[in-house]
Design a protein around this ligand. Structure first.
Ligand code: TXA
Ligand code: MG
Length: 338
């Protein structure tokens, strides 16, 4: 395959020939394939080294495309699509029978989202077929927010359409939406740029009765791994602001001994050396900016020659959009020191 940045027209050709390509979206770059090409869908999993139990999100360029993917386009789906699409909200709805079970990992539901990046929309309109796309990174590792991240991640083996840096910077909010006798049941499967409070507000304004389940059943969200988004060098999350870097490293060396080399299929790249050179992850105070910069910073810090990254969590960085950012950071961490 190509080692190049490609145009939208070339992207269409690749997709029509059972290829997978890097597609810019406003959240992160996706690794895209047509949903009606089983070979290409398989290539997504093999390219990412992703286990087949973790389902893919289907991207659409119109609401009517979304409606055809589900048997339950209910009142909440309609209202939320009108309010937040195109944009960083994925709705998990019961799937139509024609959706390939490889995409949904055999689940009866399908995740659907309409991205708002103009290139993604133009690509999908030209292909005239929804595109399955997970984030374009190896399984368990940091998501890409620039075309060059995708090229490097797959050693130039995946052609990419360059759409500039992703504006949002963290993945979409994933919301399970189900019609039931008590009204619409909602479960937040992954926090993101759109908060559950904003979602609730829109439903209330539109007089749609709903319930939010606080406990997410594991069977609803098979893709919730303990570790994810991990950078190339270990990241240590530090809660206690009294600890010096030297004290942190002493605790780290003790705790790392007990860390397994793999958790739920995600390799932890257990380091054997003693740590010497630290890089510090400092996030902007504005959470929108912090989300936009997060993954790029993790990649940049991994390439500074440091052998580990320290993130000192400040209590002011909590709530709202911070929840989505901290969810990523905690999973990206080898260890959390409190
Ligand atoms: O912003 C995003 O959502 C990006 C861009 C490319 O659109 N995509 C993305 O895909 O983050 P991925 O595969 O890295 O994460 C999708 C998440 C996974 O945790 C997966 O388990 C969950 O969504 N998911 C997808 N379909 C699902 C389903 N039917 N039921 C439950 N969870 C689902
Ligand atoms: Mg991902």
């Amino acid at each position: 395959m190509s080692d190049a940045l490609i145009s939208v027209e070339q992207g269409v050709e690749y997709l029509n020939q059972d290829g997978v390509i890097g597609m810019p979206t406003e959240t992160v770059y996706g690794l895209a394939a047509r949903i009606d090409r089983p070979l290409a869908i398989q290539k997504i999993f093999t390219t990412k080294e992703r286990p087949f139990f973790d389902p893919l999100i289907v991207h659409v360029s119109s609401k009517s495309q979304a409606q055809k993917l589900t048997t339950d386009w209910n009142s909440a789906a309609e209202v939320l699509a009108n309010a937040f699409w195109p944009g960083p909200l994925t709705m998990v709805l019961s799937k139509a029978s024609h959706v390939d079970p490889l995409i949904t990992s055999g689940l009866q539901s399908v995740g659907i989202r309409m991205p708002r990046h103009p290139i993604a929309l133009a690509l999908m309109t030209a292909v005239n077929c929804p595109l399955a796309a997970p984030s374009a990174n190896l399984f368990g590792r940091t998501s890409p927010t620039q075309a060059v991240h995708v090229l490097r991640e797959f050693q130039n083996k995946v052609p990419v359409i360059d759409g500039g840096p992703s504006d949002v910077g963290i993945e979409s909010t994933v919301l399970h939406v189900q019609e039931s006798a008590q009204g619409i049941q909602l479960s937040l499967l992954r926090p993101g740029f759109i908060s559950i409070d904003e979602i609730a507000q829109v439903l209330q304004e539109n007089k749609i009765p709903f319930l939010i389940s606080e406990v997410v059943q594991k069977s609803l969200a098979p893709g919730q791994m303990k570790h994810h988004y991990m950078p190339d060098i270990p990241l240590f999350w530090v809660e206690n602001d009294q600890l010096s870097n030297e004290q942190i490293l002493i605790i780290v060396q003790q705790q790392l001994k007990d860390l397994p080399s793999e958790v739920e299929g995600v390799k932890l790249r257990k380091p054997h050396q003693t740590f010497e050179k630290s890089a510090e992850l400092i996030l902007p105070n504005d959470p929108a900016l912090a989300a936009r910069r997060l993954y790029s910073l993790l990649r940049e810090l991994s390439q500074t020659g440091a052998d580990h990254i320290i993130y000192r969590h400040h209590s002011s960085q909590t709530g709202g959009l911070w929840d989505g950012i901290l969810d990523r950071l905690k999973k990206a961490s080898h260890l959390v020191l409190s």
